[in-house]
Ligand binder design. Structure first.
Ligand SMILES: [Zn+2]
Length: 151
């Protein structure tokens, strides 16, 4: 016995059992198939829902055709989300802090020592400057750098 998903010309979908694939073909050619909903004899196998050997098909697919995207797609999605998040961080810093350019290390230290007005600042610092600041207990954090087209 074979179960087929069938669909009529009006789009009614239903399932029906046949003795074999050949039996189905014979019945179809002779016009003996009819829609269980509207009785239309214009019935064919539904391409949307293959009902036979579904389990077998799935196993074969796993062995013969591993998904080419899978992890790659997930990784790309994660990278895009991270990039979007970093952009948000940068935008937040830019709109809430004062840009002090290459004076960042001096300015951050001055604020830390209460020699300058206490405020949020951001700017450029070398890795060495940043390390010194952190060692001195100055609260600094790296922010993502916007990609530059030149330079
Ligand atoms: Zn129908």
């Amino acid at each position: 016995m074979i179960r087929y998903s069938l669909i009529c010309a009006d789009g009614h979908e239903f399932e029906s059992w046949f003795a074999s694939g050949d039996a189905y073909d014979t019945l179809e050619k002779q016009g003996h198939l009819s829609c269980v909903v509207c009785g239309s004899s214009k019935v064919e196998k539904s391409l949307m829902a293959p009902a036979i050997a579904r389990k077998g098909n799935r196993e074969a697919k796993l062995h013969d055709a591993p998904e080419p995207v899978g992890d790659g797609g997930e990784a790309l999605k994660a990278a895009k989300e991270l990039a979007a998040f970093m952009e948000k961080v940068r935008t937040h810093v830019e709109s809430n802090a004062e840009y002090v350019g290459e004076n960042f290390a001096d300015e951050a230290r001055a604020i830390h020592n209460k020699e300058a007005e206490i405020r949020q600042i951001y700017g450029e610092a070398t890795l060495e400057e940043a390390r010194d600041l952190i060692e001195d207990g100055v609260a600094v954090a790296p922010i993502p750098v916007r990609r530059r087209k030149s330079n």
